[in-house]
Ligand binder design. Structure first.
Ligand code: GBH
Length: 458
């Protein structure tokens, strides 16, 4: 299956795609409009002790999508990655489709195409219909069939206009945080739940790949994985062992079976009870690219939690962003090289970015120097990886808009466009201008280096 790939396309060369990403739950709002039902995140956020913020309105993208597409066009984006809210198009998760919900994505996709922006559609960015969680959610093996049916509905509805499909966003984060550590919806912290969820998500991925292949001609399909080096926080051997354990979950629980039809050795025994003959081949369907989300490396310490590894323990010498995440561009370059070596697929960076201190100056401009220097350093690291042979074909910044940052609510701003959450006013930050200029400069470079067409006069 693994074919040698043509050498890397340097960014700027025609074909390299520059874009921005969002997800349905984080931007859409209209949480109970036009027939959308609760997702597990709506329910999770209502429980005591969570952030007081809600995603009921979020960025009101459901109503302001046209304005947002116009902004993307102004910035010169070549592509926009969004996700479909499963509870909007299938309120019960399965069975009857909701025409009003489906029609929203028709409007969005048509607006993108009219603006010359390629839609990248992600099927699952964490907002499982609550109705399916009531039946066991990702712990119930039947979900592979429900997910395949949902994928088919989306493929048949939009596949005439959308060709880029991602099955899952960061399967490791929502399984480990949602079923293992209890930090994300649905808030379960249980070893068996985690391992069932891991296997059923992998199975659902493979089933969806088959459906997308058969229902969409020329589909270009991948999954989006978070991957980052897991460094021991100290030279203590217990931390070194914890770092290896975390890496098995964090980096390999999904990409490894999806590429090689087996679980990483550290996980194999734990997942084995849930595997039925035929599953591993069903999971490892060929895909067209590797989607990477990357922000920073992990610094890991031994812990008493169910995987024996805790993170967020970066030594004081490591530079950090406004929210304390380590800023280590070399780790991004290394991650890209590692993916290239192991998986030998074209790579799309589908999330990279940072929260930063956004300062409104007296003229109303928003200065976010921290974000600009982060993006500058990280795109430079990507270019180093490309020069070293990694087949990176696109870069999408997280995020287009300041949006609902899960457990942190609206307290963290990742957008290159500022959103005043009280008025919904959008104000492009200095980083948006920087990104637009960067894209334009790379495009100009690409066109200048293209072989000139011979005219009739020669
Ligand atoms: C992505 O998750 C999501 O896909 C996206 O929805 C989200 O808005 C975006 O990133 C920004 O968070 O231990 O201090 O080093 C990323 C999830 C981020 C989870 C880094 C673990 C560790 C921080 N990961 N985090 S730290």
């Amino acid at each position: 299956r693994i074919e040698p790939h043509p050498r890397a396309t340097p960014p700027g060369q025609t074909g390299f795609v520059w874009g921005a990403s969002t997800s349905a739950f984080q931007v859409e709002g209209a949480a109970h409009l036009d027939g959308r039902s609760d997702s597990i995140w709506d329910v999770y956020l209502r429980a005591p002790g969570r952030t007081k913020d809600t995603a009921e309105t979020a960025c009101d993208h459901y109503h302001r999508y046209a304005e947002d597409v116009a902004l993307m066009r102004e910035l010169g984006l070549g592509a926009y990655r969004f996700s479909i809210a499963w509870p909007r198009v299938l309120p019960q998760g399965r069975g009857a489709a909701n025409e009003a919900g489906l029609a929203f994505y028709d409007r969005l996709i048509d607006a993108l195409l009219a603006a010359g922006i390629e839609p990248w559609l992600c099927l699952y960015h964490w907002d499982l219909p609550q109705a399916l969680d009531d039946l066991g959610g990702w712990q119930n093996r039947d979900i592979a069939g429900w997910f395949a049916d949902y994928a088919g509905l989306v493929a048949r509805r939009y596949g005439d206009r959308v060709k880029r499909f991602a099955t899952f966003n960061e399967p490791c984060v929502f399984t480990l945080f949602g079923y293992g550590l209890g930090w994300h919806a649905p808030g379960v912290a249980d070893k068996a739940a985690l391992h069932k969820a891991i296997h059923h998500v992998n199975l659902s991925h493979g089933r969806a790949v088959d459906v997308l292949r058969s229902d969409v001609s020329d589909a270009s399909i991948g999954a989006i994985h978070n991957r980052q080096p897991c460094y021991p926080a100290t030279s203590n051997p217990a931390d070194a062992a914890a770092a290896l354990r975390l890496a098995a979950y964090w980096n390999d629980a999904f990409p490894f079976p999806q590429a090689f039809a087996c679980y990483p050795p550290d996980l194999a025994d734990a997942v084995a009870p849930y595997i039925v003959p035929g599953d591993m081949a069903q999971i490892a369907r060929p895909v067209d690219w590797f989607g990477l989300n990357h922000y920073s490396p992990h610094y890991v310490k031994a812990d008493t939690n169910l995987i024996g590894a805790g993170f967020g323990a970066a030594p004081d010498t490591v530079p950090r962003s406004a929210i304390g995440w380590p800023v280590v561009p070399d780790a991004f370059r290394d991650t890209l090289m590692d993916i290239h070596q192991r998986f030998q697929l074209p790579i799309y960076v589908l999330e990279n970015g940072t929260a930063a201190a956004d300062v409104i100056d007296p003229t109303g401009h928003i200065q976010d120097d921290g974000r600009i220097s982060y993006l500058r350093a990280y795109t430079a690291a990507m270019e180093q990886a490309i020069r070293a042979g990694a087949d990176v074909r696109g870069y999408f910044v997280w995020s287009l808009l300041d949006n609902f940052e899960w457990g942190a609510g609206y307290s963290q701003r990742f957008g290159i466009v500022y959103v005043d959450h009280a008025t919904q006013r959008r104000i492009p930050k200095a980083s948006a201008r920087w990104y637009a200029d960067t894209i334009a400069a790379r495009r100009a470079l690409a066109h200048a280096s293209e072989p000139r067409k011979l005219t009739e006069s020669g």
